[in-house]
Design a protein around this ligand. Structure first.
Ligand code: GKR
Ligand code: MG
Length: 420
């Protein structure tokens, strides 16, 4: 008998987020996510996690109505239903650090949590873990990188968070030390685009001196001009395993790539299947940071991985502020992806221990092993979900707005790309 989805529950939630700095401002005190539950009968629940910004949430709710009745094994039907529900709406990507938006990308972003939840259900229905459904284990566990951010000690007016201030190379090294001691990460990424490039290069040098064996990456989120990027690439020659999105556009990245000794990585210019051909033909990038949240789910991410393998382009994984359902999805996908050539990004350390799942997957030596239980292998913590939904209702934030939040404290703060 074909099991069908009998109910879809969409719950927007909020969780505390530290004041992390990036090229577009600073993180607000609350990060938003949306939890999607696909139910089959009384017993089975498939889980998905996605962005929480209001225009996206509206589309997820619209899609949720269309998904009732779908067979969780029929991902083609799921895709048709979600596409029809989204229609011609192009919601700007409010996680604007993942590049431009298009109608297709909007559909893929909305589809993703439903696809992950359907795969979770498939696993539960056949009694196999998701990694098995995705093709089996290419590796035991997925290595993640220590994702460092410049940050304030506290949100203005609030108590300092557990990570403290990091506004110079010494602060960044101290943050790396604490994060590596706690999680065991064996590679390091620094979110840049915050200070003058020279200061960020100094931080990279300081990290290299303290962590001689950890591969390093720097990601200014396209804050630099082509000329500045080429200069930084020269000054960091031999220091970086890759330089991530130094400058905007495929053309700009291609111009930098011609002069840079290290590969360039992206989660900003090759961000949909339509970008792959121009991006790869122009040799703009040597590494794609895939992200199942905007590439359209786990199967689409596997298609992307295959294309990267064919072109000899490396593969890593991008992250935004996220919780344990997303981490589990990344872990299952990562072990089943033979050519995941670099440690993946995660914002997990910035969650400050808060989660929406009962037993979040843990990091051992910086890596996560997906469970062998059926499906994703994580269960919603219903009390946490209710608390985080209440936090969503009272926090007043409905869209991520790093620029607007920064302007509350620096009214003359301007969004400029490139800035240097
Ligand atoms: O959380 O501020 C942030 C990051 O900058 C995020 O928004 C980016 O999308 O981590 C991302 C990246 O690698 O560009
Ligand atoms: Mg990036």
């Amino acid at each position: 008998m074909t099991e069908r989805v009998t109910e879809v529950v969409v719950t927007p939630i909020a969780f505390p987020d530290p004041p992390l700095l990036n090229a577009t401002g600073v993180h607000q005190p609350w990060a938003l996510r949306t939890i999607v539950e696909l139910r089959v009968g009384d017993d089975l629940v498939g889980l998905g996690e996605t962005y929480g910004d209001a225009p996206h949430l509206e589309l997820v709710r619209r899609a949720a109505e269309a998904v009732v009745g779908v067979d969780p094994f029929d991902l083609a039907d799921l895709t048709r239903r979600v596409s029809a529900a989204v229609g011609r709406v192009d919601v700007p990507d409010l996680h604007g650090l993942t590049g431009h938006s298009t109608v297709k990308k909007t559909v893929l972003r909305v589809l993703s949590p439903f696809e992950v939840a359907s795969l979770d259900l498939q696993g539960q229905l056949v009694g196999r873990p998701l990694w098995a459904l995705l093709g089996g284990r290419a590796r035991e566990s997925v290595p993640f990188s220590a994702y460092l951010f410049y940050k304030w000690a506290a949100h203005p007016g609030a108590e300092p968070d557990e990570w403290g201030e990091a506004l110079d190379p010494a602060g960044i090294v101290a943050q790396a030390r604490r994060m590596i001691d706690r999680y065991g990460f064996t590679s390091i990424k620094l979110k840049g685009g915050v200070f003058e490039p020279e200061q960020e290069i100094e931080a990279i040098r300081a990290l290299r001196a303290q962590f001689p064996d950890h591969p390093l990456r720097l990601d200014p989120n396209a804050a630099w001009s082509v000329d500045t990027s080429i200069k930084v690439a020269r000054e960091t020659d031999g220091l970086l395993e890759y330089l991530e999105d130094p400058t905007p556009t495929i053309e700009g990245m291609a111009a930098v790539a011609r002069e840079a000794s290290m590969p360039l990585a992206t989660n900003m210019c090759v961000i949909t299947f339509a970008d792959v051909k121009p991006g790869f033909e122009r040799r703009a990038v040597g590494v794609v940071l895939s992200d199942h949240h905007f590439w359209g789910g786990l199967r689409a991410s596997q298609r992307l991985a295959g294309i990267c393998a064919t072109w000899g382009v490396g593969l890593s994984m991008h992250s935004n502020s996220h919780l344990g359902i997303s981490l589990a999805a990344m872990a299952h996908l990562g072990v089943a992806t033979p050519n995941l050539t670099y440690a993946a990004d995660t914002h997990t350390p910035w969650q400050l221990g808060v989660d929406v799942v009962e037993q979040p997957l843990s990091f051992v030596d910086g890596a996560v092993t997906p469970p062998d239980a059926s499906g994703l292998g994580v269960t919603l913590d219903r009390d946490a979900l209710a608390r985080m939904h209440a936090d969503y209702l009272r926090c007043g934030i409905r869209q991520r707005d790093d620029v607007g939040y920064m302007r509350q404290f620096q009214p003359d703060y301007e969004l400029r790309r490139p800035r240097w």
